[in-house]
Write a protein that binds this ligand. Structure first.
Ligand SMILES: NC(=O)c1ccc[n+]([C@@H]2O[C@H](COP(=O)([O-])OP(=O)(O)OC[C@H]3O[C@@H](n4cnc5c(N)ncnc54)[C@H](OP(=O)(O)O)[C@@H]3O)[C@@H](O)[C@H]2O)c1
Length: 228
């Protein structure tokens, strides 16, 4: 039987990356934590191996993580997204899928975390799609999941809307989302809808500040087959 492909989480040392790594590792996936610093990657991987009780999490510098997988997840702050993708371009394997969770929060510049930046491309995910090599499919997902809750042990009570122009990549991202306990994955249509996912994150951040919680979203009223 072929080895299942690993998931390389670029910028995987922050709360969004470690939360996804934890949940996927517990579901049996093989994870590579990427970082700008190989030592931080390895230290984070060691902590995550202990938390997830698995040996299937390793750490590597982002380019090496990229080169080792064709299933990439990007969890870096918006201010680092473009420069990192430019640096990684030669390391990204042809035909890879890049699942982008980046939110262009105004706090990346000087504004509030409860506002997003206006981008020419429309969203951080569309910016990513302009920066990856031709033939790499960019999918937007996981913007509306609380990293705090992902890093915990309880099932989540959230839906993940996945947007992307490549149907197969969208389906793969939805399958991964559905491996997180309590998460239902929904096809959100084209990549351009990522701008709405990012706006929802800004709204959730505002709600979390106002009500002191970890809000997520549930979409109701769709037929059962819409939920994975
Ligand atoms: N936190 C949440 O609840 C949440 C939820 C949904 C989506 N998101 C989005 O997911 C992304 C990651 O969130 P996070 O909270 O995990 O962010 P973070 O802790 O600020 O950053 C994640 C990792 O990115 C790397 N990084 C930081 N600045 C960088 C730069 N300028 N260039 C390249 N790499 C850089 C760092 O890893 P190294 O120093 O090890 O390289 C850091 O540990 C953000 O775009 C965020 O908006 C977050």
């Amino acid at each position: 039987m072929p080895e299942p492909r690993p998931i390389a989480i670029l910028g995987g040392t922050g709360p969004a990356g470690t939360g996804l790594a934890l949940r996927w590792a517990r579901a049996g996936e093989t994870i590579i934590i990427g970082s700008r610093d190989p030592q931080r990657a390895q230290e984070t991987a060691e902590k995550m191996r202990q938390r997830a009780s698995t040996t299937k999490i390793s750490g590597a510098e982002n380019p090496a993580a990229c080169a080792a997988s064709d299933l990439l997840v990007l969890t870096v702050p918006f201010e680092g997204q473009a420069a990192l993708l430019k640096q990684l371009k030669p390391a990204i394997r042809p035909g890879s899928i890049l699942i982008d969770a980046t939110v262009a929060l105004a706090a990346s510049v000087v504004g509030r975390a409860s506002r997003t930046l206006g981008l020419w491309q429309g969203s951080a995910a569309q910016q990513a799609a302009e920066l990856v090599p031709k033939g790499v499919s960019v999918v937007a997902a996981f913007h509306n999941l609380s990293a705090e809750l992902l890093n915990g042990d309880d099932p989540l009570d959230c839906d993940v809307i996945v947007c992307g122009d490549d149907a197969e990549a969208n389906q793969i991202a939805r399958a991964l989302a559905a491996r997180i306990p309590g998460v239902r994955a929904i096809d959100g249509g084209k990549l351009e809808n990522a701008r709405i996912l990012e706006q929802i994150t800004a709204l959730l951040i505002g709600l979390n500040l106002r009500h002191k919680g970890h809000g997520g979203i549930r979409i109701t009223g769709l037929p059962p087959q819409a939920y994975k």
